[in-house]
Design a protein around this ligand. Structure first.
Ligand code: MD3
Ligand code: FE
Length: 198
């Protein structure tokens, strides 16, 4: 297990190449897209997000004019989100344990797809019920820089290069940290964000 090199950054763990077969994970994402297609969501302010999103698991994160929230049904299809693949749940559980967060049973997996110039601006994840739960993030496909701002959105962020198969686990003091993702350095990057949302 590797801890982020900067001693100021605690409770953020980088597990490099933790996914042994990332191509198989990409294949699972592509299969999930058949029942829950990727789509660009609208921010509450009316702007289109640049990454394409979908979800699997009991709860899915959505954004539209009404705000950010978790819902049990895909607004695009009217159906429940597809079941979370066992391999995703298993990986998230093992990553959280390896990072020292104990038993983690995610009920939500947001799947982000970044193509070309797609990126994600600085924000924090604040739509979950229980902030004592960690978050597990799985990077797949093209590499990208992840930016870590910490408690405040300003200042110069720490830069973390994430490659396919790298897993990051956040919790405790890092749980409400501001973060951002730069455009992929290549064709397409996928990210799984596994959360206990409900
Ligand atoms: C730090 N996605 O969907 S998870 C997101 O590459 C998001 O798609 C990133 O940020 C991506 O919200 C990777 C990074 C992440 C997620 C939750 C966090 C970082 C976090 C919660 C607290 C602190
Ligand atoms: Fe986030």
């Amino acid at each position: 297990m590797s801890l982020m090199a900067d001693p100021e950054i605690v409770d953020l763990y980088v597990l490099r190449r933790f996914v042994t077969a990332p191509a198989a994970f990409v294949q699972m994402v592509v299969t999930l897209y058949e029942s829950a297609p990727p789509r660009r969501m609208q921010t509450p302010g009316g702007r289109l997000m640049s990454s394409e999103m979908t979800n699997c698991g009991a709860l899915g994160w959505v954004s539209d004019h009404a705000g950010y929230r978790y819902v049990t049904q895909d607004p695009l299809t009217g159906s429940a989100w597809p079941e979370m693949p066992e391999a995703f749940r298993d990986l998230a559980g093992r990553a959280a344990l390896a990072a020292g967060f104990g038993i983690f049973e995610p009920d939500a997996c947001l799947i982000n797809c970044y193509r070309g110039p797609a990126q994600m601006g600085a924000h924090r994840d604040a739509d979950e019920r229980d902030f004592s739960q960690p978050i597990v993030s799985v990077s797949l496909g093209a590499p990208a820089y992840f930016l870590w701002y910490g408690a405040q959105r300003r200042g110069s962020p720490a830069k973390l290069w994430l490659e396919s198969g790298d897993v990051v686990v956040w919790g405790r003091s890092a749980r409400k940290g501001y973060h951002a993702v730069q455009r992929p350095q290549g064709e397409v990057r996928y990210n799984l964000t596994l959360r206990k949302a409900g």
